[in-house]
Design a protein around this ligand. Structure first.
Ligand code: MRU
Length: 368
């Protein structure tokens, strides 16, 4: 997608030096556009943990390149064990998004299978690029499938389609297109009038800072709203469709996504507003059956709730919001039970959020 008219991905191999991976530093958007160089697996761990990069597909691809960076500097002795340790280390950076484990395991298996190959490093770099391309293709297909939902609403309504989204499940969270935003971009490109209600998404404000930024850069009409406004808008027929992303979706259709998603699903259910989840196959957890009980929920630093960042005097500045000694709870994600989900939009099509329908789309996962 575009920034100031120039096409970008969120992650790429440095043009001058293939031992360096560049990412967009999302901690600074929308105020400052800067890139951040990853030279080691530690850098990849830091970038994921500190949310230089974030969003389930992007952290998976960053970790894949992290495995490549690790391989570049591993010593000859005992390198296989060292690499397995790096894999566990990278996987521990953030617990909820399953894309991370998926990408790291793919890379580890690939490296071990090809360990005798003379061109191992080049092959591993190509494998990471393959995973990156896969996520781009997934976003593109999710966009095409989700577009049909928007088209149907537009045909019936004959007026602007209002879509509400939470957090940033846009191209910044992926590599290109996004998941939840992909259908919006496809509709916009097709000339269908769309407008996006963007939840600010406290505490880190991914909606207010990132989704608004990327929609604005593509010229998509949008309005940032406080997190609590969605229910009111739905009661007044101001939302035609909710589309969110996911960090992990069980094979039974329970959806982990940014904290607050569940409340939007409840409000949508109460107001009969369709609530769709857009996700690539790398976000499915084929082993889990009960999202509320089984999906690990990340808890992050108290500072993210106690303080807020903004732009003041040409600098990103932080101010305290709460009394100095008040305790804070900062759960990063929540789980929306499948019964509240109208459907899942994946790269293979749209299906109901239940095991039979999901496995119909992914028959190769039956009897795993
Ligand atoms: O904590 P974040 O910013 O990594 O959380 C991101 C989300 O919850 C997204 O909605 C999710 O990863 C889907 S991204 C396509």
């Amino acid at each position: 997608m575009k920034i100031q008219g120039k096409h970008y991905h969120t992650i790429w191999v440095d043009e001058q030096d293939s031992t360096i991976i560049q990412v967009i530093d999302q901690r600074k958007l929308p105020f400052v556009f800067e890139t951040f160089a990853l030279r080691t697996a530690d850098d990849a761990y830091f970038a994921i943990k500190e949310m230089v990069v974030r969003g389930a597909p992007l952290i998976g691809v960053t970790a894949a390149y992290g495995m490549y960076l690790a391989l570049l500097i591993l010593s000859q002795n005992n390198w296989e064990n060292d690499l397995k340790q790096v894999a566990e280390y990278l996987k521990s950076s953030r617990p909820t998004a399953v894309n991370l484990a998926f990408a790291v395991d793919e890379m580890l298996d690939f490296i071990l299978e090809n360990k005798e190959n003379a061109d191992l490093k080049e092959k591993v770099l190509a494998k990471a690029a393959e995973l990156k391309q896969l996520e781009i293709d997934y976003g593109n297909s999710i966009g095409e499938h989700g577009l049909q939902l928007i088209e149907k609403i537009y045909e019936k309504k004959g007026d602007t389609v209002n879509i509400l989204t939470h957090c940033n499940a846009g191209w910044l969270a992926c590599i290109d297109w996004g998941t939840a935003t992909a259908p919006v971009y496809k509709a916009h490109l097709k000339g269908i009038p769309v407008h996006v209600w963007v939840d600010e998404t406290r505490p880190r404000n991914q909606g207010a800072r990132l989704t608004s930024y990327e929609l604005g850069e593509q010229g998509v009409p949008h309005t940032v709203i406080p997190d609590n406004a969605g229910g009111h808008l739905m009661q007044h027929d101001m939302v035609d469709l909710v589309i969110v992303g996911s960090d992990r979706t069980t094979v039974t259709g329970d959806v982990a996504n940014k904290i607050g998603t569940y409340l939007k699903a409840l409000a949508a259910h109460d107001n009969r507003v369709p609530f769709y989840v857009a996700l690539p196959s790398s976000t499915f957890d084929w082993e889990m059956h009960d999202g509320v009980k089984e999906i690990p929920i990340e808890q992050r630093s108290a500072d993210e709730v106690a303080e807020i960042e903004g732009w003041h005097n040409d600098l990103i500045q932080t101010v305290r919001l709460i009394p100095k000694n008040s305790p804070v709870a900062n759960y990063g994600f929540d789980v929306t039970p499948a019964r509240l989900v109208s459907g899942l939009i994946s790269e293979r099509g749209i299906c109901k959020a239940d095991k039979t329908s999901i496995l119909n789309l992914y028959p190769e996962k039956i009897n795993r």
